[in-house]
Design a protein around this ligand. Structure first.
Ligand code: ATP
Length: 319
C-alpha cells in the first residue's frame, strides 16, 4: 500500500516574501539585516533561482532608503546599447532610434537602491561609467555633455566569481572592490534544511487557491524524489516542478508519475528532443570556448540576441 504525506504544521519565517525554515537562512537574513542599515555596496553571490533579487529587495526595505525607489536590471539579459541607455539615459539623437530624451535608472533611482543582477556580465565600457557613479556620484547620459549627480546604494548579484572575471580581463579590478564591499553568500536550496518540504506545500497551497484542483497529499515515492533531487535551478525550479505536477495530475494526491522525468531519474521521453537539446548545448559550449566566453560574440554567430542566448544557457543549465 502506498503511503502518503500531508502538509506538516510548520510556520516558516517570512523575510519580505522569502520563506524559510532553515537555520542557515535565518542566519543569512540576520546578516543581510545588519548590512542593510549601512550604505555599503553589497554583492550577493548565489545560484540561479535562489532568491538573490528577493534578498536585494529585502535589504532595500530594511534600509534607510526604504521609502525611495528600488530598481532592478539584469546585465546578462540586455544588449550593451540597451543597458547603457537603461542605466545612463540618453538625449534625443544620441544614436539611431533615439527619438526622445530618456531618463536613466541611475537618475530615477536617486536616493534609492539599484539592483544589478548578473553584474559579472556587464560590458567593460559600462563598468567604467558605473565606477564613476560609485566614486564620484555622477554620470553623463548618452549624447549629453551634462553631468548628472545621483546618490544610489548598490546591491549586485552574481552566480560566478567576480575574481575569476577579473583574472580573465572581463571585469575591472577597481570596480570589483567597490561592488563587493560586503559579500553575502546565499545558500542554495539544497543546503536549506526543511525548505524543499516547506516550499513544496506552500506552492501547493497557492496553486490550490488559484485552480480547480485541490491537492492534499503526496505519495511516498514522489516525496522521496522531491527530497533527493539536487535542485540546480533552486526555488524557481521547485516552483516550476510543483506547478507542473499540479497541472498534469488529477485527484487529491501527487504521484510519482506526475513528476517531470528529470526528477524520476529518467531521460526526457522524446529522444529527438533530447538529442536536439544536447546538440544545442554542445554548440553553445563550443562557441563559448572559441570566443573565450564572450557572449555577445556567441550570440552574434548564432544569429540570436544576447538575451535569448542567456535564456538558452539558463535552460540548458550552462550557468
Ligand atoms: N525563499 C523563497 N520563498 C519563496 N519564494 C522564493 C524564495 N526564493 C525565491 N523565491 C521565488 O523564486 C523565484 C526566483 O527568485 P529570484 O528571482 O529572487 O532569484 P534569483 O537568484 O535572483 O534568480 P536569477 O539569478 O536566476 O535571476 C522568484 O519568483 C521568487 O519570488
Amino acid at each position: 500500500m502506498t503511503r502518503y504525506h500531508e502538509a506538516p504544521d510548520v510556520q516558516p519565517h517570512n523575510f519580505g516574501g522569502l520563506l524559510t525554515v532553515a537555520q542557515v537562512m535565518v542566519d543569512f537574513m540576520a546578516q543581510a539585516d545588519r548590512v542593510a542599515r549601512t550604505n555599503a555596496s553589497i554583492l550577493v553571490r548565489g545560484q540561479t533561482g535562489s532568491g538573490k533579487e528577493l534578498v536585494a529587495r529585502y535589504i532595500h526595505n530594511q534600509s534607510r532608503r526604504a521609502g525611495q525607489t528600488f530598481s532592478a536590471i539584469n546585465c546578462a539579459a540586455l544588449s550593451r546599447e540597451l543597458m547603457a541607455s537603461e542605466l545612463f539615459g540618453h538625449k534625443r539623437g544620441a544614436f539611431t532610434g533615439a527619438t526622445h530624451d530618456r531618463t536613466g535608472l541611475l537618475e530615477l533611482t536617486d536616493g534609492g537602491t539599484l539592483f544589478l543582477d548578473e553584474i559579472a556580465e556587464m560590458p567593460l565600457d559600462i563598468q567604467a561609467g558605473l565606477l564613476r557613479v560609485l566614486q564620484d556620484r555622477c554620470f553623463t547620459p548618452l549624447g549629453s555633455s551634462e553631468v548628472v549627480h545621483t546618490d544610489i546604494r548598490l546591491v549586485s548579484a552574481t552566480h560566478t566569481s567576480l575574481r575569476r572575471q577579473v583574472a580573465n580581463g572581463d571585469f575591472r579590478e577597481d570596480l570589483m572592490y567597490r561592488v563587493r564591499v560586503v559579500p553575502l553568500y546565499l545558500p542554495p536550496l539544497k543546503a536549506r534544511v526543511g525548505d524543499v518540504e516547506m516550499l513544496t506545500w506552500q506552492f501547493i497551497d497557492r496553486l490550490n487557491r488559484e485552480n480547480e484542483r485541490s491537492v492534499s497529499r503526496i505519495s511516498d515515492d514522489a516525496y522521496d524524489a522531491l527530497l533527493s533531487y539536487a535542485w540546480p535551478g533552486n526555488i524557481r525550479e521547485l516552483n516550476n516542478v510543483i506547478t507542473y505536477c499540479h497541472a498534469i495530475g488529477t485527484g487529491e494526491a501527487i504521484e510519482l508519475q506526475d513528476l517531470p522525468p528529470e526528477l524520476r531519474g529518467e531521460a526526457p521521453p522524446d529522444e529527438t528532443e533530447s538529442t536536439l537539446v544536447q546538440s544545442e548545448r554542445d554548440r553553445i559550449l563550443e562557441l563559448l570556448q572559441r570566443h573565450k566566453g564572450h557572449k555577445q560574440a556567441v550570440a552574434d554567430e548564432m544569429g540570436i540576441s544576447r538575451a535569448t542566448l542567456w535564456r538558452k544557457m539558463k535552460t540548458l543549465q550552462l550557468m
